[in-house]
Ligand binder design. Structure first.
Ligand code: C2E
Ligand code: CA
Ligand code: CA
Length: 694
């Protein structure tokens, strides 16, 4: 082999080795980053290696076995095809750098096919002509240099277009290396053109490959720098995102509690506030309990609407707005004038916030309480001011209150209590208990009244008398009512298609019932639990029903139109006129326990009870005698014609599991058939707080 060919062969081998290392690097980064351009470039440099090895083999064949045309041609063909595939893949990759549009699969297939055809054509041209050696060399080497050179320069240009998107040294280094490589190849192609033109060898051309080697290595180095820089940028971005999450609320984009406190402390500390600073805690206590029946995304949607309304306002009045709790916002307002103007401003804000929001495509009103603490009187630090404003909001019975140290102790207690109540909602400590209601005469269980119990982790099972008024003071009674409704419906739904399935009768407080959205919430609860509306009865008290507002009437009618029954609870204690009963859209009357128990001893009460039962019958209403504790009471009211009886004589309220057991037994007649059903119940034993199935 002559020394020139030897040099050429060595250069090809060295270039191929560098190429193999490059392919390894590209493939490795592609596995990590999954970027299209890395995949194309991996294949492009693999094709370059194939080209260099095949070209080396062709040179070797020329030296050792010049006459074996077939094998020589095969190596030439392989080298040509590989070299044009390399060019095509290089450009394909460059098009998708930095989020570029890239190349479609079809176009890629077409370009690759064209490269293969072109390579084949070039390798066959002058292949069999004895005096075409120079033309052959020019086509196979010179033309390839020209086309590859142009492709490398095009790649450099494409990368240059992306440089605004990709900062750092790496891309620029790769770009410059591609450009240098391209220029070198063009220059080499020029040498070959000269050589071809003059028909004689230019000395040293065979060593030009060494310069290629340097350029090729520079591309590899540059790419490593580029990807390392990319990695650092990603890490920086991730740190920034985490930082954002740590300081801002994800739903509303508002500062969170800690960030807001830092901002306010800075305002106070820098003397940034030349006026006293009023901190408003804007509380939506019902929002939390709503997650259960509206779902978390809907509740967050409401929070977002609140934030938007507050933002509109803040531009005019406030300085800083933040979401300091899932259902509480904070606004800081420099108090430029007296308290009266601050109150006016807060009242306007409150009115704005009371307007309905949209949840599940229907309007929904929610209560709002605003507590105010003003610096420096109520505190000099943001945390203290906010705490005091929150305490004031907790005690804001009319929806608006200034912080007062005296009220603070009560409010603090309330705050702790409401935190406990909220936690109890989460941990499922509030459970429905079920008190059977029996039909008069047969004394079959036909329905259950749902009564709230708090399964307190330290204090055991608590009755409503132990917690209901405190829950109401915290503004959480509607949340509690809706929680009970949901739990009770969820309990009843699986039983609701069984023969003789029970109805459930759920208590609702006046505050809950008066909410604009009450009917919709009942509907949604029925829909989400799957309970048939005919299996649900709502118990409202006489006073709630007789408030006789348009809302009461509309809600009662709407509930009944949905198939839900309505009962008038504690009837008799409100001394409402019996005449009013005629116009009330209800299905059932529950005579209060005090009446039932006094009727046997007091003639007047007996007379009233009798007329209630009579009138109700005439109006076609069901009548339930509540608090029946013994046989005499039961017999007495059965004779008066009440349709149902409820009381400890039959059973106290029992747990959901035991009520299910009872339903499972086909809702046994309790009285008189206890033994038959394995129930320890003695009909002869009056007045005992007994439970069915004990
Ligand atoms: P209520 O609606 O009049 O419920 C009947 C109360 O009388 C229940 O007390 C029940 O255990 C009790 N009772 C039933 N039979 C007898 C009897 O024979 N003798 C005696 N002495 N008492 C009997 P409970 O469970 O303590 O509930 C008290 C009140 O708490 C209920 O009176 C109702 O107004 C309220 N309540 C219970 N659960 C809820 C709820 O989920 N929401 C609302 N808003 N109020 C509820
Ligand atoms: Ca009741
Ligand atoms: Ca009652």
């Amino acid at each position: 082999m002559d020394p020139a060919n030897q040099g050429l062969l060595l250069t090809y081998i060295a270039q191929a080795l560098v190429g193999v290392v490059q392919v390894g690097i590209f493939a490795y980064f592609h596995r990590i980053y999954r970027q299209d351009y890395l995949r194309y470039w991996t294949w492009s440099f693999a094709a370059l290696c194939v080209y260099q090895l095949a070209a080396g083999c062709a040179v070797y064949m020329v030296s050792v076995d010049r006459d074996n045309l077939g094998v020589r041609l095969l190596w030439s063909w392989l080298s040509q095809v590989a070299s044009y595939l390399q060019v095509a893949l290089l450009i394909a990759g460059s098009l998708s750098v930095g989020g570029g549009a890239g190349i479609g699969r079809r176009s890629l297939a077409r370009v690759l096919a064209a490269a293969i055809l072109f390579g084949t054509a070039v390798s066959l041209a002058y292949a069999f002509s004895a005096d075409g050696a120079d033309a052959r060399l020019f086509l196979r080497v010179g033309l390839r240099f020209a086309i590859s050179g142009a492709a490398f320069i095009a790649t450099a240009v494409l990368l240059a277009r992306r440089r605004a998107l990709i900062p750092g040294l790496g891309l620029r280094f790769v770009m410059a290396s591609f450009a240098a490589y391209g220029l070198m190849l063009l220059q080499e192609s020029g040498f070959f053109a000269l050589q071809f033109h003059h028909g004689k060898n230019i000395p040293g051309v065979e060593f030009l490959g060494l310069f290629d080697l340097v350029a090729q290595s520079c591309i590899g180095f540059g790419l490593i720098i580029w990807l390392a820089e990319d990695e650092r940028r990603r890490a920086d971005r991730a740190t920034l995102d985490t930082e954002r999450l740590r300081s801002f609320d994800a739903t509303t984009g508002l500062p969170n509690r800690n960030h807001a406190l830092r901002q306010i402390d800075a305002d106070l500390g820098n003397g940034g506030s030349e006026y006293p600073l009023a901190i408003l805690a804007i509380d939506f206590p019902e929002l939390e309990g709503m997650a259960k029946w509206l779902g978390f995304p809907e509740v967050e949607g409401i929070a977002l609407q609140v934030a938007q309304r507050l933002q509109d306002r803040t531009e005019r009045v406030g300085r800083r707005l933040a979401r300091v709790h899932a259902h509480r916002f904070m606004l800081s307002v420099p108090q430029r004038n007296d308290n009266a103007s601050l109150i006016g401003l807060v009242q306007n804000l409150r009115e704005d916030l009371l307007k309905p929001y949209v949840a599940n495509a229907s309007p929904l009103s929610i209560a709002v309480a605003i507590g105010i603490a003003v610096s420096p009187g109520d505190g000099c630090e943001a945390a203290t001011l906010l705490q005091h404003a929150e305490a004031a909001a907790q005690g804001a019975s009319h929806g608006l209150a200034f912080y007062s140290a005296k009220r603070d102790a009560i409010a603090r207690h309330r705050m702790e209590f409401s935190a406990q109540v909220r936690a109890a909602f989460e941990t499922g400590e509030f459970v429905p208990y079920f008190q059977p209601i029996v039909r008069s005469g047969s004394r079959d269980v036909v329905s259950f009244e749902v009564l709230a119990r708090w399964n307190h982790r330290d204090r055991g099972l608590l009755l409503p008398a132990d917690f209901l008024s405190s829950v109401e003071e915290c503004g959480l009674l509607p949340a509690m009512d809706m929680h009970m409704l949901y739990e009770a419906c969820a309990w009843a739904a699986p039983h609701s298609e069984a023969p003789g399935a029970p109805t459930i009768s759920v208590n609702v407080s006046s505050h809950t019932f008066e909410q604009e959205s009450y009917r919709d919430l009942v509907r949604e609860t029925l829909a989400s639990t799957g309970l048939n509306p005919h299996r649900l009865q709502i118990e409202i008290t006489e006073s709630t029903a007789l408030a006789d507002t348009v809302h009461t009437r509309n809600t009662l009618n709407a509930l009944r139109a949905d198939g839900v029954r309505v009962a008038l609870d504690d009837f008799g204690v409100g001394f409402s006129s019996l005449a009013q009963l005629r116009n009330l859209p209800v299905d059932s009357l529950k005579i209060d326990r005090s009446f039932v128990q006094a009727a046997l001893h007091d003639r007047k009460t007996a007379a009233i009870a009798e007329s209630i039962a009579l009138l109700a019958r005439k109006l076609g209403l069901e009548v339930v005698a509540e608090g029946v504790e013994n046989c005499s009471e039961a017999d007495h009211f059965e004779k008066l014609g009440v349709t149902h009886l409820q009381g400890f004589m039959f059973s106290a309220a029992i747990s959901g599991a035991r009520a299910s057991e009872l339903v499972g037994r086909g809702l046994a007649k309790i009285a008189g058939h206890a033994e038959q059903y394995g129930i320890d119940f003695d009909i002869g034993c009056p007045s005992a707080n007994r439970e069915v199935g004990r």
